[in-house]
Ligand binder design. Structure first.
Ligand SMILES: Cc1cc2nc3c(=O)[nH]c(=O)nc-3n(C[C@H](O)[C@H](O)[C@H](O)COP(=O)(O)OP(=O)(O)OC[C@H]3O[C@@H](n4cnc5c(N)ncnc54)[C@H](O)[C@@H]3O)c2cc1C
Ligand code: FES
Length: 251
């Protein structure tokens, strides 16, 4: 039902974090949205776009988004009280049932669903390390938030302007065996690097994958992960490394 029902969502805040990166707070009734789920944001007369919430609490959803094209540009101009529409939750969320040491590793705006996962892990008193990789310190998103929940938080900047210089996958490469479960989300090249490291080390890993999502419900086929036949919108967006491997993502 949530897959096709549009809900009204009212803008509570739309905060610019830095150039082309925003936190949009929406008042919307969607209590069953879990970390890793995505929703479709619909602004009449524009395309619907998939977004994975970075938090949902007390009837308010936070979407952390990067301006890349027409719809996200329009979103950046939304003001308090504006009405838009959302449908969801869609797809499969992260499985956070294992009680163990979690490594949450996000590339760019891919950090969004991971910080939501961090909130859930903190509620369960599970230990986690949160690693965020961004181009420079201006794009830092959730480091303070992760620390405030009692987690360890590590920043990587590509230009070395703050934290460690390099990519969050450098951390994964050096520390992978300290963890029982890796959760990851980022651009394709990042996801591929995480996949290869976790596959080779045999550590449990779930990756939120990105493809072009249009219908969001398994009908149009635009979100297929070519080598595997898996649909991001229906079978994912969160996939275990073991499932990706089984379906031929390696090839
Ligand atoms: C499951 C899922 C969750 C996502 N969560 C977030 C999020 O939390 N925050 C965020 O900033 N972005 C997220 N994205 C990406 C976001 O949906 C796209 O950036 C957005 O659709 C671009 O729309 P646009 O009209 O502004 O740009 P367009 O003009 O449509 O496209 C601009 C560029 O973005 C790429 N793009 C367009 N549509 C998508 C798409 N559906 N998926 C990936 N890339 C696309 C295009 O290839 C193009 O290069 C998510 C994508 C998926 C699949
Ligand atoms: S977006 Fe249509 S099948 Fe996945």
């Amino acid at each position: 039902m949530g897959k096709i029902r549009y809900r009204r969502a009212f803008v509570k805040e739309n905060i610019e974090v830095c150039r082309d990166l925003y936190h949009l707070y929406l008042e919307v009734d969607m209590k069953n949205v879990e970390p890793g789920h995505f929703i479709m944001v619909w602004i009449p007369e524009l395309e619907e776009v998939p977004m994975a919430p970075s938090l949902y609490r007390d009837g308010v959803m936070r979407i952390t988004y990067k301006v890349v094209g027409e719809t996200t540009k329009y979103m950046s101009g939304l003001s308090i009280g504006d009405e838009i529409f959302v449908r969801g939750p869609l797809g499969k969320p992260f499985d956070l049932s294992m009680n163990g040491r979690y490594l949450l590793i996000g590339g760019g705006v891919g950090a969004a669903p991971l910080i939501y996962a961090a909130h859930r892990l903190a509620e369960k008193n599970y230990s986690f390390t949160y690693v965020e990789g961004v181009p420079n310190k201006g794009y830092k998103m959730f480091i303070q938030e992760a620390i405030s929940m009692g987690g360890e938080a590590i920043l990587y900047t590509e230009d070395g302007s703050e934290g460690f210089s390099g990519l969050p996958t450098d951390y994964l490469r050096d520390n992978i065996n300290d963890y029982d479960m890796v959760l990851a989300c980022g651009p394709e090249a990042f996801n591929k690097a995480v996949y290869e490291l976790c596959r080779d080390s045999k550590v449990n890993c779930q990756i939120s994958m990105e493809r072009i999502v249009k219908c969001g419900v398994g009908v149009c086929g635009s979100c297929v992960i070519e080598e595997t036949g898996l649909l991001v919108c229906l079978d994912g967006p969160v996939f275990s490394v073991s499932m990706l491997r089984e379906k031929g993502y390696d090839c």
